[in-house]
Write a protein that binds this ligand. Structure first.
Ligand code: PLP
Length: 378
């Protein structure tokens, strides 16, 4: 099945009692056991609604198996704790979601897991591998600078040294990028973003081979971040429109990036779909579309605060990936837990704005940005 068809049909379990065409919501957390068969239990990740939505995600990410969890960070922390032990080493891309960066820096040392941070470059990540490295953690395009990493090259380098690769595919979504097909071992998602897509759901997902999911599931059972039936059903419903949403978001984002680029009120635009983006050629070779996220810096004569207050349609809000356009300043939101020193090293200035483009009509979004640019002069 093609992506659009998998979004609608994969994993669906029509109701055998009524012949309703949607997967029913199975609310039970207790299942009779006396006939000796293994029975579902929500924290074992084997209830009907968990299995239905995992099957759809597997079809979308070309994975054999998966787990849905109660947040993106539940997915990320469970994978890292499931695959790494004390005394082992991980190579971690420096430019990643702030919460992941903070989790690694705050907790790995305490757990005696060694790690090295490396820039968004395959050779630099490869050079950071040591004899005890077991895992490499990457993200592309990155949050919030939209840098692009050559995923095939990283996967090849890591595999040659027996190192597992884990990628956060939240920004691209499986509509635009399928990392397992590029050689990566494990995909993680904040499903709170594009997978859910309506800013009303908090969830996460892990997708990989059957063998790796078995290893990760061991940690997940103990850490306990399972997703309840209602949320699974909401996620399954949302995924049916994933490709439609992401295609529109990607088209709108390209139009807005083109509008912002070259304007005297704008100092810099980061969007992998622009030919001027340093990762454009690699993005073309590994992505099907360039995504709905972009970031930009206003020129010195403009005031970011005035810009944010002048917007009438695009909402200054946390999170991303919803049908509605939202905007935030990463230094005070997604990356506030990353130290000012690290933010400076990564190029996340206080004036950087990250735009999550929704599915509205592009003319209305452009008019909102024009209005805010005019109002943001100091
Ligand atoms: N990964 C990325 C790229 C994110 O942007 C986020 C949240 O902003 C996360 C992971 C964490 O996801 P959650 O908030 O669902 O735990």
């Amino acid at each position: 099945m093609r992506t659009e068809t998998s979004c609608v049909h994969a994993g669906s379990r029509p109701d055998p009692a009524t012949r309703g065409i949607n997967t029913p919501i199975y609310t039970s957390s207790a299942y009779e056991y006396l006939d000796g068969e293994a029975r579902p239990y929500p924290r074992y990740f084997n209830t009907p609604n968990q299995l239905a939505v995992v099957e759809k995600l597997c079809a979308l990410e070309s994975a054999e198996d998966g787990i849905v969890l109660s947040s993106g960070m539940a997915a990320i922390s469970s994978v890292l704790l499931g695959l790494l032990s004390a005394g082992e080493h991980a190579v971690v891309q420096d430019e990643i979601y702030g919460g992941t960066h903070a989790f690694v820096s705050q907790h790995f040392r305490r757990l005696h897991i060694d790690f090295g941070l490396a820039p968004t470059d395959p050779d630099a990540l490869g050079r950071a591998i040591t004899p005890t490295t077991r895992l490499m953690y990457i993200e592309s395009p990155t949050n919030p600078l939209l840098s692009v990493l050559d995923i095939r090259a990283v996967a090849r380098i890591a595999r040659a040294k027996g190192v597992l690769t884990v990628i956060d595919n939240t920004f691209a979504s499986p509509v635009n990028q399928r990392p397992l097909e590029l050689g990566v071992d494990v995909v993680v998602h904040s499903g709170t973003k594009y997978l859910g897509g309506h800013s009303d759901l908090c969830c996460g997902a892990v997708l990989a081979s059957r063998a790796l999911i078995e290893r990760i599931r061991g940690a997940c059972l103990g850490l306990g971040g399972s997703l309840d039936a209602q949320s699974c059903a909401l996620l399954e419903r949302s995924l049916k429109t994933l490709s439609l949403r992401v295609e529109r978001q990607s088209a709108n984002a390209l139009a807005l990036a083109q509008l912002l680029q070259g304007r005297r009120e704008i100092a810099r635009v980061n969007y992998p779909g622009l030919p001027s983006h340093p990762g454009h050629a690699i993005a073309r070779s590994q992505m099907h579309g360039f995504g709905g996220m972009l970031s930009f810096e206003l020129a010195p004569g403009q005031d970011p605060d005035r810009f944010l207050h002048a917007l009438e349609l695009i909402r200054p809000a946390l999170s991303l990936g919803g049908v509605e356009s939202t905007i935030c300043a990463p230094a005070t939101t997604s990356h506030s837990k990353v130290s000012a020193e690290v933010r400076k090293r990564l190029g996340i200035s206080d004036g950087l704005l990250r735009l999550s483009v929704g599915i509205e009509h592009v003319d209305d979004l452009e008019a909102d940005i024009e209005r805010a640019l005019a109002a943001s002069k100091r």
